[in-house]
Design a protein around this ligand. Sequence first.
Ligand code: FES
Length: 130
Amino acid sequence: MDKNFIYISDNGITNFSPKSLPPGKSQVFIHRNNTESYEIFLHKIINKVEKINESLFAFKNICPHQKIPLDLKPGVFLNYDNSAIQCSTHGALFRIEDGYCFKGPCLGKYLEKITFKIKNEKIIFCINRK
Ligand code: FES
């Protein structure tokens, strides 16, 4: 299965509406410019919350253990019961809220969180320009 990528413009703007993301699912984005290239995944939790942006979490798709993508199975980032982000290479588990690794070979490290805002129902990632 190929990843269903969405490209992010240099200023972080996307055409992606988080309303289209089903609860419990993730969407992969690619940020690429002359100096860097990386994937971001945006996950929507299953639990109901008041505001849509409280249900969304975004991280770089890089495991702090070996600096490789988390999702060997493209686009799948959570463990079997959707309670944690799981690296598919060695099984490290990370909290969804902040990316903290609470089990596995990179215990105590964090996924890199990406902040974002929602404007006109579209996701805008806060990309650090170099
Ligand atoms: S590469 Fe992710 S746990 Fe080893």
